[in-house]
Design a protein around this ligand. Structure first.
Ligand code: 5GP
Length: 178
């Protein structure tokens, strides 16, 4: 299936599952190396990161804790400047090595908000692992520690990412046909 329609828009196959998963395995290797013995707390940002997280954690071999939070700044096909609250945080952050697990970093606003929130809660350190990164859209200068794949500024779906709540289940990534 190289072309699909979701709601009113056409998408074409962009990154196949095996390429995505090779990139995720590389992220897991880097985290295994950097966090051995540190018992990090991974915070998966729902909903979009669920599929990335599942593949990532099958390959994380170090002692760790995993939890899930929700936070969104996005609706439809363009980023908005509204960052909502962080919900579902049920672990103490104080003095912990935190790794945020995110599906995609676009403008970077969502993660900036989250990093600040973690530092306010007195995390020892906050690192970021993202499956996808759009360097040309990024508007900040903080470090993004673990990046699966860099992509151009196209709107994409699949592998957890939605268009109006559809297409999260697709095992490959598709990009919008403009
Ligand atoms: P940022 O705050 O970095 O601009 O946006 C981050 C959030 O916007 C991501 O967690 C994701 O939910 C959403 N987002 C950004 N780019 C895309 C995209 O190309 N496709 C989809 N489906 N969501 C995106």
């Amino acid at each position: 299936m190289s072309r699909i329609k979701v709601h009113d828009k056409e998408f074409e196959l962009y990154i196949p599952q095996d390429q995505i998963e090779r990139a995720i395995h590389k992220v897991a290797d880097d985290i295994n190396r950097d966090f051995a013995g540190k018992n990090p707390l991974f915070l998966v940002v729902l909903n979009g990161a669920f599929m990335f997280a599942a593949e990532l954690f099958k390959n994380i071999e170090i002692e760790c804790e995993i939890s899930f939070v929700k936070l969104s700044s996005y609706s439809g096909t363009s980023s908005t400047s509204v960052v909502r609250e962080l919900i579902g945080l049920d672990h103490s952050i104080h003095d912990r090595n935190i790794v945020m697990v995110e599906d995609i970093i676009d403008t970077g606003l969502t993660m900036k908000f989250t990093i600040e929130k973690m530092l306010k809660l007195e995390a020892k350190e906050v690192k970021i692992a993202t499956m996808l990164f759009k360097p040309n859209a990024f508007q900040f200068d903080y470090a993004i520690d673990y990046i699966g794949l860099e992509i151009p500024n196209d709107f994409i779906i699949g592998y957890g990412l939605d268009y109006l709540e559809h297409a999260r289940n697709l095992p490959d990534i598709y990009k919008i046909v403009s």
